[in-house]
Design a protein. Structure first.
Length: 144
């Protein structure tokens, strides 16, 4: 019996639309990361980018459970000496909720060139409007 190994040319990609309204942040991120990686396909190959495109809408309606909204901090570094910036998730979700979802998904993908290419297929938007109607995305219901 032969083992199937996908190649970059043999992968068929689809577009999926995910509505993140009233969903926990981590649950949305983990399920989107699995689709970006291609783990939902029977032709999954770990060393090949065989995932699909994902559009995440309504990121401003994502929920954080427990006291994460007040206690959790979003940290990034500017690259300069002493350039560590901290913002609480309460402020981040009010101003840049699409960045919070994007970073959560990014943290669940491989930290290699393969993961960078997978992240290029993820689009996140604060509201229900997006600019990818021409791709005719399939609406995907995530497990709550």
């Amino acid at each position: 019996m032969k083992t199937y190994m996908a190649t970059a040319e043999s992968v068929e990609r689809k577009w999926y639309l995910v509505d993140a309204t009233d969903m926990p942040l981590g649950r949305v991120a983990s399920q989107v990361a699995a689709i970006l990686r291609g783990k939902n396909k029977p032709t999954f190959t770990p060393n090949v980018d065989c995932g699909d495109y994902v559009i995440i809408i309504n990121t401003d309606k994502v929920v954080l459970t427990g006291k994460k909204l007040e206690k959790k901090m979003h940290r990034h570094h500017t690259g300069h000496v002493g350039g560590l910036k901290e913002v609480s998730y309460k402020i981040l979700m009010q101003t840049k909720s699409d960045v919070a979802v994007y970073d959560a998904v990014k943290g669940m993908l491989p930290k290699t060139k393969l993961g960078v290419n997978m992240m290029k297929k993820c689009k996140s938007y604060k509201c229900a409007e997006h600019k990818h109607e021409a791709q005719q995305p399939i609406v995907l219901q995530l497990v709550k």
